[in-house]
Design a protein around this ligand. Structure first.
Ligand code: ADP
Ligand code: MG
Length: 624
């Protein structure tokens, strides 16, 4: 048989390699920024157009390349960063594979201009699909400029696979954040379609975080610092009260390289245990410095995963260091007997202790406590039926146990249903006397559920989820038919956000307006709100916009339907009544009616059941 194995031509090999290195414009941005940092630049400029699809340029003032190096830099496995295998275990640079430029040169139009300190003039090289189109002498300042145009011009399938410009831009911005955060000592400029998104002078780490995420971040930060033989930990965690429902603002850097590590993330979350709600995530910006010989960054082509020699020690150190910092900065509640324990109780204990105060509260609101006067006035002493009501006061201390006994009994019979005494009083008597009206009768259970009857039995409605459904459908409708009522604010409300946040608000400004928001300023890091939807209180505006932005960051969305959907979900989530809110009878009724007028009353916008039914049959069975 004839030999059939052939060596792939370079440009094909490069294209294949490019598939690993370059997934989208943001991957190019990452590689170019990292090369600029490796070149020792103190100022780096990033320019993109159309989400990076048509143009990405990185200009640095680093050490530049000689004409020969400039040409060689596009060869595969051409790198100045390692020379022998052992160097792999002592990496102090971002790059080392020598693959990035070869890959980028294979799938885009690239123009390189570069000059070293010692050279009089610089070099310009133009590449197209791995081919050198031209190499010329050029007058250019010291440093390097890489211009990457028409990404994936020769791989239409990959190009078509790219998302909208906005989405690609967001990926680029994420990458930019990571690099800029890891190098606060380097100045960065970032332009998109001719407008400046970020201008970050060289600063310290804390200020860099604030430059990127806005002034509101500063008071949230708790410094973390520890130095041991294994690792040096520096950086910040956000105070527990700022933990968010969604991920985001979680950064690990190992030797100035952004990494993802679910394991170390867990260590941070563990340090916050008991201080934050289990479904929320703390924000953090943590830098670990370790001996390069103790890590292996080789396991992932885009190098965001790192393998540590001694993960367990790192985990333990990280956890205890953060715990210590939280304690030191008095974030952890101290035992203070003058304080209302409910205010400071960490979330994870809240549920456990909730029982105790409940009993105390029930005692004051006990409808029976009022009964002696009621029974006296109503019965005038002739009704023996009420005599049992006076028992508690007569028996003194014994009544302490009475509630508990009752509870046990009720939990045996009607499982865990307990009644909110203050609300139930009215309805119990009403139902006894006026059976006909029971359909329109509701009562609230533990400030969480609304109970009402239907023909076949009863319905227990989760008030929060039900309200979410009602609001969600309302907002969806308002956005689609563009008919929302806006309330004008007397004085415009100025809010500060990061540039990236404002960019997101700009993207969805159209939809925000259709539901009643009005903005007079929406640029750079400034937002001025002049109108809000009818349902929104002025004090909630900042919180709502912040939630919206973080939900958008979580769910990268391209089309306008999903934008509308996210917007409606966020608003319904933030504005709905929460567990713990007392609803008067009229509100309960209105909510029940609104819910069942919805198109999909059975599910919350987040696909959780909004109500359950308990049929007469179910109840009968309990009594067997
Ligand atoms: P790597 O970074 O893994 O070495 P690259 O393909 O990214 O591989 O770059 C190849 C080489 O080109 C680098 O090793 C470096 O010597 C040179 N180079 C790339 N970008 C720059 C730059 N901005 N300034 C100076 N030299 C650069
Ligand atoms: Mg590189």
């Amino acid at each position: 048989m004839a030999d059939i194995i052939k060596l792939l031509p370079d440009h094909v090999a490069n294209q294949i390699a490019a598939g690993e290195v370059v997934q989208r414009p943001a991957s190019v941005v990452k590689e170019l920024l990292e090369n600029a940092i490796d070149a020792g630049a103190s100022t780096i400029k990033l320019i993109v157009k159309d989400g990076g699809k048509n143009l990405i340029q990185v200009v640095d003032n680093g050490k530049g390349m000689s004409p020969t190096d400039a040409r060689l830099s596009f060869e595969r496995h051409a790198t100045s960063k390692i020379q022998k295998a052992e160097d792999l275990f002592n990496l102090n640079t971002k790059g080392f594979r020598g693959e990035a430029l070869a890959s980028i040169g294979a799938i885009a139009h690239v123009e390189l201009q570069t000059k070293t300190e010692g050279d009089e003039v610089g070099t310009q090289i133009k590449m197209e699909g791995s081919k050198v189109i031209s190499q010329e002498v050029m007058v250019t300042p010291k440093g390097t400029s890489m211009l990457v145009k028409n990404l994936f011009f020769n791989i239409p399938a990959r190009r078509n696979f790219l998302k909208s410009n906005q989405v690609e831009l967001r990926h680029i911005t994420d990458e930019f954040h990571r690099v800029a955060l890891a190098h606060p000592g380097i100045a960065f400029h970032y332009y998109n379609n001719g407008s400046e998104l970020f201008n970050l002078p060289a600063v310290n780490y804390r200020k860099r975080i604030v430059q990127i995420f806005g002034g509101k971040t500063n008071p949230k930060l708790v410094p973390v610092e520890e130095e041991t033989q294994v690792v040096k930990i520096t950086g910040f965690v956000n105070k527990p009260e700022f933990a968010k429902k969604s991920r985001g603002e979680q950064f690990f850097f190992v030797n100035d390289r952004f990494i993802k590590s679910p394991y170390l993330h867990h260590a941070v979350v563990a340090a916050f245990e008991g201080l934050i709600h289990p479904n929320t995530y703390p924000g953090y910006f943590l830098c670990l410095e370790v001996d390069p010989a103790t890590i292996d960054i080789n396991i992932h082509p885009t190098k965001t995963e790192v393998k540590f020699d001694d993960e367990h020690t790192l985990y333990a150190l990280l956890r205890s260091t953060i715990k210590h910092s939280l304690g030191q900065f008095s974030v952890v509640p101290a035992i203070d007997f003058d304080q209302d324990p409910n205010l400071n109780t960490p979330y994870s204990f809240k549920d456990k202790q909730a029982e105790l105060p409940k009993v105390a509260v029930d005692a004051t609101f006990n409808p029976f406590a009022e009964s002696p006067s009621t029974s006296q006035s109503v019965s005038g002493g002739n009704s023996g039926g009420y005599s049992s009501f006076s028992k508690p006061s007569a028996k003194g201390w014994e009544n302490l146990y009475e509630g508990l006994g009752d509870k046990k009994e009720s939990s045996n019979t009607v499982s865990s249903i307990e009644f909110e005494s203050e609300v139930i009083t009215g309805s119990i008597f009403k139902e006894e006397n006026e059976e006909e009206e029971s359909v329109t009768t509701t009562f609230q259970l533990r400030r969480k559920y609304i109970v009402t009857t239907i023909k076949s039995g009863m319905v227990v409605i989760d008030q929060g989820r039900a309200h979410q459904r009602v609001l969600y459908e309302k907002f969806l409708k308002n956005i689609t038919i563009k008919e929302a009522v806006s309330q004008q604010l007397l004085f415009p409300l100025s809010l500060s956000f990061s540039n990236a946040d404002v960019a997101i608000l700009n993207e969805i400004q159209g939809q925000l307006t259709t539901i009643g928001f009005a903005f007079s300023v929406l640029e750079k890091d400034k937002v001025e709100v002049t109108g809000v939807p009818l349902q929104v209180a002025e004090s909630e505006v900042g919180m709502i916009l912040e939630q919206l932005i973080s939900d958008y960051q979580m769910e990268i969305v391209g089309d306008s339907f999903s934008q509308t959907d996210i917007l409606s979900k966020t608003l319904s989530k933030t504005l709905s009544v929460k567990t713990g809110t007392i609803l008067d009878n009229a509100s309960q009724l209105a909510l029940v009616n609104d819910l069942f007028a919805c198109k999909e009353p059975g599910l919350s916008p987040f696909n959780k059941p909004t109500y359950i039914t308990i049929t007469e049959n179910d109840i009968d069975k309990k009594f067997i």
